[in-house]
Design a protein around this ligand. Structure first.
Ligand code: ZN
Length: 242
């Protein structure tokens, strides 16, 4: 099976539309979404509709939960908080109910998917260091766990001696003797200094993983952000990819 993996769309319809076209072109069998469809961006409802149409599985992220009012947002930065409050007022009751029912983590086929961390998905911690990764390898029982949340793509491997390291590059051929935590990056708000939308393809037969990028019309998204009264900072960061 060839899986298209997407995460952290954050209401960015232009980025999502381009990514879905790319996945269709590349003949993936199924699309899996790792959460945060909404929050930050100007088209939350439209993005949920589109993801529902294309994705076979949809997990919840912290921004989805926040917009439902089931997560304390006092620790969010002011821009994120403002965007969450705005988003909460935009989504329909149907969407609210749908997002509320999404799982946080799942074993799918022969791999694990989760928005934040396999150790404590409901705490929304980040895996930002090898120490963070080390704590998490014991908490999933497949060869690979795909995550989102930080908006920074990374491949972290644990070899048979237990040594954990970051693997450079955008793709990897999984080795039977290793385990992996792979962050698939963000469709709608990349933060690795590459403003193009990030998405990934994982083939369970060949055990090949690849991160891909797609350019989209950032200006249109930025104009919508400003027109809808969302913070200027949220428009600015899209062009910088940070
Ligand atoms: Zn996110």
């Amino acid at each position: 099976m060839r899986y298209g993996l997407i995460s952290d769309i954050h209401g960015n319809l232009e980025a999502l539309t381009v990514v879905i076209k790319e996945l269709e072109k590349r003949n993936v069998d199924e699309v899996l979404c790792l959460g945060d469809i909404i929050g930050y961006g100007p088209d939350p409802e439209e993005c949920v509709d589109l993801v529902k149409r294309y994705a076979n599985v949809i997990l919840a992220g912290n921004h989805d939960y926040a917009a439902m009012g089931i997560l304390d947002i006092s620790y969010f930065n002011p821009h994120a908080r403002r965007a969450i409050e705005w988003t909460a007022g935009q989504i329909s009751d149907e969407t609210r109910k749908f997002l509320k029912e999404r799982p946080l983590m799942m074993v799918y086929d022969d791999f694990t998917i989760v928005h934040a961390t396999p150790a404590e998905p409901e705490k929304w911690n980040y895996i930002l260091s090898l120490e963070d990764a080390a704590d998490n390898f014991a908490h999933f029982h497949n060869q690979v766990c795909f995550i989102g949340h930080s908006h920074v793509p990374v491949i972290i491997a644990k070899d048979k001696r237990g040594k954990i390291s970051v693997r450079k590059g955008q793709e990897i051929q999984l080795q039977d003797s290793e385990k992996y935590i792979i962050n698939i990056g963000s469709v709608g708000q990349p933060r690795d200094l590459d403003p193009r939308a990030a998405f990934a393809i994982f083939d369970t037969e060949t055990k090949h993983y690849e991160l891909l990028r797609a350019a989209y019309d950032i200006q249109t998204t930025q104009q919508k952000i400003l027109k809808k009264g969302l913070p200027y900072f949220l428009a600015e960061r899209l062009a910088k990819g940070q």
